[in-house]
Design a protein around this ligand. Sequence first.
Ligand SMILES: Nc1ncnc2c1ncn2[C@@H]1O[C@H](COP(=O)(O)OP(=O)(O)OP(=O)(O)O)[C@@H](O)[C@H]1O
Ligand SMILES: [Mg+2]
Length: 356
Amino acid sequence: MTQAVPSPREIATELEKSVIGQRVALQEMSIALSKKLAGLAVGNILMIGSSGTGKTTLMRAVESYLEARPHLSLRSTVVRMHANILGEAAQKGRPGEVVLQRLLERAREQLGIDASAESLLKQASNGIVFVDEVDKIRSYIGDRPNTSGIRAQEALLTVIENEAVPLTLPPWAGGKTVTVDSSGLLFVCGGAFEGLYDSVFDRVTIGRDRGALKPVTVVEDGQVHERLEFVLREWLRNEDLFDYGMSPQFLSRFDAVVLLADLTIDELVRIFLEIPNSGYDQARAYFESRGLHLALSPDAIRRIALEASKEKRLGARALKEVFRRVVRDYEFDPKANGPEGSVLLDVAEVDAALAT
Ligand SMILES: Nc1ncnc2c1ncn2[C@@H]1O[C@H](COP(=O)(O)OP(=O)(O)OP(=O)(O)O)[C@@H](O)[C@H]1O
Ligand SMILES: [Mg+2]
């Protein structure tokens, strides 16, 4: 039985259950997945976004989406790996092999151990490869060359859009060396590229393109101010990524470079409330186990999101950390402070907890 390939919008609707905001990245990913599932050619994607803004969450969401739909996942085997693994593998031999071997293993899980090497290879060579933390394979750190990064980028180049990748099959697949056409693979790489924001800001304010970013005049509280409004998306050029340590050959393999936005307070509130197994869910389950009902007022949640948003380097991860500070005392010594065995936290309680 053949089933219709879901449209990008249908895919996005599902992914949105675990990824809040990040509209552009969701769109790009949903379009790519829809095309891939239809057997069409798709350009590779590079995702850049601050830490804790949802890059890994989005990759995982796609994995779960496919896992939950076997009829779709058979159309495209997916693997997710940390970029550093490629550098390590490169030291041991043919670097691109590690990617293909992962895909092959995954294909075997899907098709069963009796599947022929040929069918496994066919399945694997049509897969989706998520390479996470791709910024860790920059070719230099400061002024020093980063050998494993250089090797890892080269390793990826050998498998991205290559029609003839040599691959020694694992023993369970016969152990022969074969040639694999990997041009059907879709690569989605993601990384935080820490420091990129600052270096591009410097370029357009005090560096090479000094003065390019013009101050805007704003009126605030009746006073006129001049302010620099910098949005990375508007200024990022390929050269900035070259300078960061991604080679031009490597970058040229990506059709789309997607910048994830920093999360807004509203989005942090939604992440706090809507993402399953959050710190909030866990705390509620704990109080429930002690016969108490935990409730936070909307203002209290906003206050937590606001506090979390101040920790720019953590993104949504800060929510957990801030929330821990808020509930610690209450979890340590659970007792009702509201009606019918409820623990009520309003802004005053949150403020008090955060002040200690
Ligand atoms: N856009 C988002 N939607 C839903 N949850 C999010 C989002 N961004 C972050 N989170 C939450 O924050 C946590 C960290 O997010 P994630 O691992 O996706 O960050 P990342 O962008 O991969 O960061 P890093 O660059 O540090 O790896 C996740 O566990 C998730 O719960
Ligand atoms: Mg991540």
